[in-house]
Design a protein around this ligand. Structure first.
Ligand code: C5P
Length: 221
């Protein structure tokens, strides 16, 4: 059998990460979280005093950090210059800055190269989650999924992950702003590939979403 490549794209708060990890684990595939890579390079920029709102400065530094992603779906890891970035990339500071950094073409070119290299080494196949995987990074992926959910459902889920430390209304406003930035940027925006299967998760449990996607992949394998 050919290694199956599964692209899972969609806006924030649709359950992409939980879904992608579980699908990879159930099918014995590797797992790559490309959002974590954009967050990691953003964290490095902030830590090194780069003005994240200056695309020229960001482009200039884009080649500097060394990023390494571990692709075990049960324990994904990410390091930047050898430092564990898993915790720091989830802060609100990084979340607020990541859309500006990820809009810079030099950043995308660098990370897309790393993403394709990770896929090339995944001889048993891989699930890759992000925003532009089906459209730009892996246009030949065997299975393409576009996950959606209502803005209310997405905000409620994300606010649950933050243990209620931020109000649902504030979370929803931040999500909408980030998705608008990600969808309207010039360099490979968040978009559904023409041949992607859209799965609306608003009324589905996580288990149902996982089972639907596992079935879709098994059909294609
Ligand atoms: O998936 P996550 O919310 O962690 O992604 C963080 C950010 O990384 C997104 O808001 C987007 O700006 C960027 N991103 C991207 N392309 C991808 C994955 C993530 O631009 N393939």
């Amino acid at each position: 059998v050919n290694p199956v490549i599964v692209a899972i794209d969609g806006p924030s708060g649709t359950g992409k990460s939980s879904t992608s990890r579980a699908v990879a684990d159930k099918l014995g595939l590797r797992y790559l979280d490309t959002g974590a890579m954009y967050r990691a390079i953003t964290w490095w920029m902030l830590s090194n005093g780069v003005d994240v709102n200056d695309p020229v400065a960001v482009a200039d530094q884009a080649g500097k950090p060394t990023l390494v992603s571990g692709t075990d779906p049960t324990a994904p890891t990410i390091t930047v210059d050898g430092l564990d970035a898993a915790g720091p990339i989830r802060t609100q500071e990084v979340t607020a800055a990541v859309s500006a950094v990820s809009a810079v073409p030099e950043v995308r070119a660098r990370l897309v190269e790393l993403q394709r290299a990770a896929v090339a080494t995944a001889t048993d196949g891989i699930v890759v989650e992000g925003r532009d995987i089906g459209t730009t990074v892996l246009p030949a992926a065997g299975v393409k999924i576009f996950l959606t959910a209502s803005a209310e459902a997405r905000a409620a889920r994300r606010s649950g992950e933050l243990n209620g430390s931020v109000s649902v209304a504030a979370t929803q406003a931040a999500l909408i702003q980030r998705d608008a930035a990600d969808s309207s940027r010039v360099a490979s925006p968040l978009a559904k590939a023409a041949d992607a299967i859209e799965v609306d998760t608003t009324e589905l449990t996580l288990t149902q979403v996982i089972e639907n996607i596992v079935a879709l992949v098994e059909e294609k394998r």
